[in-house]
Write a protein that binds this ligand. Structure first.
Ligand code: BGC
Length: 414
């Protein structure tokens, strides 16, 4: 409580220091429009308002944020950037290189972010040594979600290997249950693909293939096996999968129409928003194999005119990293706090597993950035990979052709 009172006073100091008497304003671009996401972003809107801020919402629907990023580019090109933008991974540094981001180091220093954020997360938030983004959370991408009753009714345990997954899926299919709830959108294909790369290739292979873009790894037999498994998974989705939103796929698991979904833990936000209980109604397990794929949501502030907007940016940055927001937001969102000093007692078993695995994989060197969620590569590179993954998933392309196309696409990206 004492800590919180101190934090509130220092918010006012920061705001007053940067822009005397200005009333904080912020137009905030984000893509949090599903049930669980909307509930989560409302936490920030409420905190901003209760600290005197006026929030102008700019939601751009579309899981994974592709549509939001297109909208952002249009706004910046028109010389009318939003005040704060949900942005992450190397895209932060790419926008910094374009000279359009505001420096939020004064807030970060006043709030001691360097002392409460793991170095790996802090690095993503920095641009040439200055702080240019504020981290909201850590989402884990490599998760399988399951309907507990459907598994029990079919005598199936959560799979620990891809072979077990395939055997379970065959059994479910024979029983008339859709094994895998999936939405045929390229970012969802990429999400599944990267968990298969991690599971079949292992953490070192993931690093070589999807972080270092090593041509040998991209054309290896291991990558052929990855595409073979993607073809197998394609056989487990229902025929109406094309274009389906991720949260509708989550709903299929919730209502027992499908057994599994492979998706980051924003899916848990949907289960929770619908009143479902982890371990009872739905189950969570990391996808088969070692390692942990992290995806850190963050907000970058754009260079805008006006003391009210600058005050809004300082206030938002301060609130985002403050302990109360990190706790309440992440309880709703399905993720875990980016700060290391927020107690997880009120968090569920899936969140606690995520935190434990994040610690152990960090020690083991297998904590890896998600390529599918923009944490590992520049946009043109990840886009080139995703195009091939989607083209393979939606055609009868052979695995051998897919690896060749993958290597070519990466070589031609920059
Ligand atoms: C974001 C999540 C979001 C998900 C679905 C991910 O890239 O990191 O915050 O919930 O996309 O839109």
């Amino acid at each position: 409580m004492k800590h919180f009172a101190f934090a509130t006073v220092s918010t006012l100091a920061v705001v007053a220091g940067s822009s005397v008497l200005a009333e904080p304003q912020a137009e905030v671009l984000h893509w949090w429009t599903s049930g669980g996401e909307a509930k989560s972003v409302a936490v920030l809107q409420e905190e901003f308002a209760s600290n005197g801020g006026t929030w102008t919402d700019m939601p751009v629907a579309g899981g994974g944020g592709d549509a939001a990023m297109t909208a952002l580019r249009a706004r910046v090109l028109a010389g009318n950037a939003p005040t704060a933008v949900q942005l992450k991974g190397p895209a932060i540094q790419e926008w910094y290189e374009e000279g359009v981001l505001a420096d939020i180091s004064s807030v970060a220093d006043a709030e001691g972010w360097a002392d409460v954020l793991p170095a790996s997360i802090a690095d993503h938030m920095k641009c040439e040594g200055t702080w240019c983004a504020a981290p909201v959370n850590v989402h884990r991408v490599d998760w399988i979600w399951a309907n507990a009753d459907v598994l029990a009714a079919n005598g199936i345990e959560m799979p620990a290997t891809w072979d077990e997954f395939n055997a379970a899926a065959d059994k479910l299919q024979a029983a008339g249950v859709i094994p895998l709830a999936h939405g045929g959108q390229s970012w969802q294909d990429a999400t599944v693909f990267e968990t298969v790369v991690l599971g079949i290739g292992g953490p070192e292979f993931f690093q070589k293939a999807l972080v270092d873009l090593d041509p040998e790894a991209l054309t290896s037999d291991t990558m052929v096996q990855v595409f073979d498994q993607m073809r197998t998974l394609r056989g487990y989705v229902d025929e109406n999968f094309s274009g389906r939103d991720w949260n509708l796929a989550t709903a299929m698991v919730m209502n027992g129409e499908a057994a599994f979904q492979i998706m980051g833990d924003w899916a848990k936000g949907e289960f929770l928003a619908a009143g479902k209980k982890p371990g009872e109604d739905f189950l969570c397990a990391s996808t088969p194999g070692d390692g942990y794929l992290y995806n850190v949501d963050s907000f970058a502030m754009f260079d805008v005119d006006g003391d009210d907007k600058k005050a809004g940016q300082d206030l938002l940055a301060k609130l985002i990293v403050a302990p109360n927001f990190q706790k309440v937001f992440n309880l709703n969102k399905g993720s875990i706090p980016a700060r290391t000093d927020v107690a997880l007692d009120d968090f569920d078993i899936c969140a606690n597993l995520s935190a434990e695995d994040m610690g152990s994989t960090s020690d083991a060197g297998s904590l890896l950035p998600s390529y599918a969620h923009g944490m590992a590569l520049r946009g043109s590179q990840s886009g080139a990979i995703t195009d091939v993954v989607t083209a393979h998933f939606n055609s009868d392309m052979s695995s051998a052709d897919a690896v060749q196309q993958l290597a070519d696409a990466v070589a031609n990206s920059y």
